[in-house]
Design a protein around this ligand. Structure first.
Ligand code: C2E
Ligand code: CA
Ligand code: CA
Length: 679
């Protein structure tokens, strides 16, 4: 510790004593000490303010200070400088007082030898060093305590210390405000929930009737007396509320507050997991409100929204709340029925929903509205075992239910899906058929009942499928109509028909009328008439050899149909009403349309022979048609008996398997070339 040279300042007026001390320090310990000597207190103070000293040897009897005044002055001016006092042998009490006042040692001048002196100096310096380290340490401790207090009061987490009985020993400001009180009031109170071990958990307390969520982190204080625990408390209420709001945003329908599709799927997944353990049954109901679009259109969207909210409210009550009821689309809802024991309860529930939701709604402004709805139902595990398929199947069943009329429910069945699958296959096929010539036409002869000769041919479409063989038009025409492909397909059929008819004429065969079926969609095309004109010009066929067949459904759009038919009439193209008797138009209704021909539907011909009523009906149709100057063709004639009956009723022409099935172009050419009557 004393390895470096020590600077000692000797304050001694007695030159003899001073010389003695210098000798003692220089002698045996040469080089260890550096001694400076002054004779007055004022000199000492001057010296110390300019130079460094490690210790003062202070004679207590100086010319400018007597007794302890010198000591006091030096201590005040240089508080950290160790001082060893020197007294005469007669000044015993003075030495003791000097020690009391903080001198580190006191030596009686006449008794010192060099060893004593050096030891005293060393001890004094050492003690001073330790004291100052201690003081520094004390300062550090108290400042870190202050720091700790500052930290504790500034952090937003509540911090309390509880004893083994759960009684609060101390608390910070944040803890106090968590409990709505001040720090002192908390001390001595029970914490109110267990916090003994080292653990982290969420708890809930009540403050002013409001629930407060706390995240508690308890740390057992190992070094403390038995059982003290430091408990950190964080108020997570706002965070919880925010989380809930975010959850709602992502999982709830904003308008009705019901679960959305994502949340429903989540619940369905959980229900399935439960049902698979307990062998339970789940039904998924898919609801669709039928007239919502109309309400939106007539009353405006705000009113439509109001209605949706009302519907949701009723559903919530019916289903007793919960997230098993969801809004999955604009006017679509889905419901999960879990824990079913019997399938038989499902229709009751579906009917209850239809009845309750069907009751009138009184909306703002005195509006009363009724709605109709349809429900599709799929079952776990019968139909599917995964949530996506169950919902999809329920939706499929819904579409089937809608076709069955309003306020209806329908179960999913495998055939439903088969139907959808087949439809899809047909559509795919149809698309490729458009490019690959898989669509072709056949020709069915129409025979005059007066001459027995072929006077016309009906062009009928066929679709070739690799695996399914030849697909009948009843299966692909509706698909073609729904997808709009019928426009292109229909034009193709017309072109083939006219080309073929012209070819037969050029072969010198007796001219005949080629009948081509038209779909309502084609008629709606703006360029329909110019298309027909173009085909006629392109093929060179005279218009009187083309007849376009229209069904009764077209009569609904009276104006347009009338316009188109009149134009065709002007061009010279013939037209016929197809499948007559199956729609809603009456004969008198037909009068306003310039048709040339009426085709009596196959259903009348089929039942003609066994029901007098039907026979009378056919008779009436033929008579009235003739009154309107319409040619009559009987469709689906399969027997000689039917043919003869129709002949006797004055029907003009027949078409049907009895005379000929539809023929390929080659077969038809061959049949025509025979130039033979059928009877
Ligand atoms: P449609 O216009 O009533 O055609 C007559 C249907 O009756 C044809 O069926 C024909 O094969 C069938 N048929 C003819 N004679 C008999 C018979 O003696 N007994 C029975 N049971 N059936 C007979 P196909 O070819 O299956 O056509 C069905 C329907 O598809 C047609 O009914 C027509 O509405 C539609 N269609 C066919 N080709 C076209 C077309 O090119 N365009 C449009 N838009 N529709 C077409
Ligand atoms: Ca037809
Ligand atoms: Ca027909």
């Amino acid at each position: 510790m004393l390895s470096k040279k020590l600077n000692v300042l000797l304050l001694e007026d007695n030159q003899k004593d001073a010389a003695l001390i210098r000798r003692m320090l220089d002698g045996a310990f040469n080089g260890l000490f550096h001694l400076d000597h002054v004779v007055k207190l004022s000199e000492a103070i001057n010296f110390l303010s300019l130079s460094q000293a490690d210790l003062i040897l202070l004679d207590l009897n100086l010319p400018d200070s007597r007794g302890l005044t010198g000591l006091t002055s030096l201590q005040t001016a240089f508080p950290h400088l160790p001082i060893v006092a020197l007294t005469g042998a007669q000044d015993n009490t003075l030495g003791a007082r000097a020690l009391e006042q903080g001198a580190l040692d006191c030596l009686v001048k006449d008794t010192i030898d060099s060893e004593k002196l050096v030891q005293a100096i060393r001890h004094a310096v050492e003690r001073q060093h330790i004291q100052s380290r201690l003081a520094q340490a004390m300062e550090e401790v108290s400042s870190s305590n202050r720091l700790l207090k500052q930290v504790l009061s500034s952090i937003s987490d509540g911090v309390v210390i509880v004893n083994e009985k759960g009684i609060i020993q101390s608390a910070n400001t944040a803890a106090a405000s968590l409990f709505n009180t001040h720090e002192e009031a908390l001390v001595g109170r029970p914490l109110g929930f267990p916090a003994t071990g080292t653990e982290k958990k969420e708890i809930q307390i009540e403050r002013g009737g409001q629930p407060i969520h706390l995240e508690m982190h308890a740390v057992k204080l190992e070094r403390e007396e038995a059982g003290a625990t430091l408990v950190f408390l964080r108020n997570t209420t706002e965070q919880k509320q925010l989380q809930e709001r975010l959850f709602n945003l992502a999982h709830r329908d904003g308008l009705t507050g019901l679960a959305n599709r994502a949340l429903l799927m989540d619940h369905l997944k959980k229900s399935i997991a439960g049902a698979s353990r307990s062998n339970g049954l789940i039904a998924v109901l898919y609801l669709d409100i039928d007239r919502l679009a109309r309400i939106n259109n007539t009353l405006g969207h705000p009113m439509g929204n109001l209605l949706l909210k009302e519907i949701a409210k009723r559903l919530k009550v019916l289903m007793r709340g919960g997230d098993d009821t969801a809004r999955v689309g604009g006017d679509e809802f889905a419901i999960i029925l879990s824990d079913l024991t019997r399938v038989e309860t499902i229709p009751n529930i579906a009917q209850k929903i239809i009845d309750r939701l069907g009751e009138p709604y009184s909306l703002e402004g005195g509006h009363e509205w009724g709605i109709a709805l349809s429900i599709g139902i799929s079952l776990y595990p019968n139909d599917a075992r995964d949530p996506e398929s169950l919902l999809e199947y329920a939706e499929m069943a819904l579409h089937r239910a809608k076709r069955g009329g309003k306020n209806n429910y329908h179960y999913y069945s495998h055939t439903l899906q088969e139907g959808v699958k087949e439809r899809l296959a047909v559509e795919t096929n149809l698309r490729s058929a458009l490019h690959e010539q898989n669509l072709f036409v056949v020709y069915q002869p129409i025979v005059s009942l007066t001459t027995g000769y072929i006077v016309g041919m009906e062009v009928l479409l066929r679709l070739k499928h690799e695996n399914m063989g030849i697909i009948a038009p009843s299966r692909f025409i509706p698909v073609a109509e729904e997808t709009g492909m019928i426009v292109k397909i229909g034009t193709g059929a017309l072109l083939k028909a006219c080309t073929q008819n012209k070819a037969w004429q050029e072969m010198g065969l007796p001219p005949l009328v080629m009948a081509v079926n038209l779909s309502a969609i084609q008629l709606k095309e703006a360029n329909f008439l110019s298309m027909v004109n173009h085909v006629l010009r392109h093929t060179g066929l005279s218009p009187q050899y083309l007849e376009l067949e229209l069904t009764e459904s077209l009569m609904q759009d009276t104006e347009r149909t009338l316009r188109v038919l009149s134009s065709l009439h002007e061009i010279g193209v013939l037209s016929s009403i197809d499948d007559f008797g199956t729609g809603y138009s009456s004969l008198s209704h037909l009068r306003q349309f310039p048709f040339n021909t009426l085709k009596i539907d196959i259903s009348f011909i089929r039942n003609m022979m066994n029901h007098q009523n039907n026979l009378n009906l056919v008779k009436t149709i033929i008579t009235m048609a003739h009154n309107f100057e319409l040619r009559t063709i009987a469709e689906g004639v399969e027997t000689l008996e039917q043919l003869q009956t129709l002949q006797s009723l004055g029907c003009d022409e027949v078409q049907g398997f009895f005379v000929s099935k539809p023929l390929s172009a080659d077969a038809a050419t061959k049949r025509l070339s025979e130039r033979k009557p059928f009877f």
